[in-house]
Write a protein that binds this ligand. Structure first.
Ligand SMILES: [Mg+2]
Length: 359
């Protein structure tokens, strides 16, 4: 591997950042997938499986990783679940205790979209949020800076949410823009660290559409700075074929990497920029780069959200909340089961603020 540092200056925001671009010299990845003692696949292990696949090892590794990404196939032993819940308690039942830590600090809210504000549905183009959820997010944004952080392209996630007063970080944080309405309107935040990859992403998108059009249910979504291959509607017996076609297309693009989400394969530029970097960039642009006067709350359901949870852990600040009904390896401290609980949490946040933080 060789690593180059690239400095990006944003003319609008005036911010400068340095990012690392890792380019492989020969093989993209290394083999030897493993399973954790707990029986769950950690993100690192899962990536190793994907890596070994792209390195030419058995395709079974990728298929196993794809199956592991389906929560319905994971063990739900009640003892496991109980011990997991003890380690990652409900953010609603612990609400009063955990919010005490935010007193005297600026709360900033970060929300993933799919599986967090909207349910996971078969057709990703129909992942609509309810009006009640939209109202809850809108009300929260009146009180605290609020950002949507999604793997989707920014324009698409904006069309789902339709709240111009929010910050939007699309393409796993590689496309960030500030509010166009509200009291933070005019905030010139704009960050696109993977702009140079746009022609390549378009090229790979066209190739993937062509390669998988014969597989019923397979769908390639162009997220502008990254691609998603959805297989939630593909029969399991055709996953091998799908994985093989994806491999065929990306093997000539060593600047791209493959990762795993919920029923989706993600292809994105091999730059060190993820949802965690997006969180840090937004905190910096809000003036809280090194501040201990900020309390970020990040809610997400996906493996890609783990990068943001990890940033919060490292900063020793705020609240990482995983949305999941089943035990998962996570860097989040707390949990919520589903989008309806996310909405309850957001409403609770408003009530709590309305009472003037009663502690
Ligand atoms: Mg999600």
């Amino acid at each position: 591997m060789t690593t180059q540092r690239m400095v990006i200056s944003d003319a609008n925001s005036g911010l400068t950042m340095s990012i690392a671009i890792t380019r492989p010299e020969s093989a993209l990845f290394s083999p030897k997938p493993l399973v954790s003692p707990s029986g769950y696949l950690t993100k690192k292990m899962l990536l190793k499986k994907l890596e070994s696949f792209t390195n030419g090892a058995k395709i079974n590794n990728l298929i196993e990783a794809m199956r592991a990404s389906s929560p319905t196939r994971r063990a739900t032993d009640s003892d496991d679940h109980n011990s997991w819940t003890l380690r990652h308690p409900s953010a609603i039942s612990m609400f009063d205790e955990i919010m005490r830590a935010s007193i005297g600090k600026q709360i900033v809210v970060f929300l993933d979209y799919d599986g967090t504000l909207s349910p996971i549905v078969d057709d990703p183009d129909c992942a609509f949020m309810t009006n009640e959820m939209r109202e809850a997010v809108k009300d929260v944004a009146k009180l605290f800076p609020t950002a949507i952080v999604s793997g989707r392209c920014r324009a698409k996630v904006y069309n789902f949410v339709r709240l111009p007063e929010l910050y939007y970080a699309g393409s796993h944080g590689m496309d960030i823009k500030g509010p166009s309405k509200g009291h933070r309107k005019g905030n010139p935040v704009l960050c696109q660290p993977a702009r140079e990859f746009l022609p390549m992403i378009d090229e790979v998108h066209k190739a993937l559409v062509e390669k998988i059009k014969y597989i019923p249910g397979a769908l390639v979504e162009n997220n502008k700075f990254c691609l998603s291959v959805h297989y939630r509607r593909v029969e399991e017996k055709r996953w091998v074929e799908l994985a093989d076609q994806v491999k065929l297309v990306i093997k000539d693009y060593q600047e791209l990497k493959l990762s795993q989400g919920r029923k989706v394969l993600e292809i994105r530029p091999m730059i060190k920029w993820d949802k965690g970097n997006a969180l840090e960039f937004l905190l910096e642009s809000l003036g809280y780069a090194e501040s201990n006067k900020v309390f970020p709350v990040y809610i997400g359901d996906d493996r890609t959200d783990e990068d943001a949870f990890k940033v919060l852990r490292n900063r020793g600040q705020g609240l990482g909340i995983l949305v999941s009904k089943v035990p998962k390896e996570t860097n989040a401290s707390y949990s919520l089961q589903e989008p309806s609980e996310v909405m309850q949490f957001l409403k609770r946040l408003m009530e709590w603020h309305g009472k003037g933080c009663p502690y």
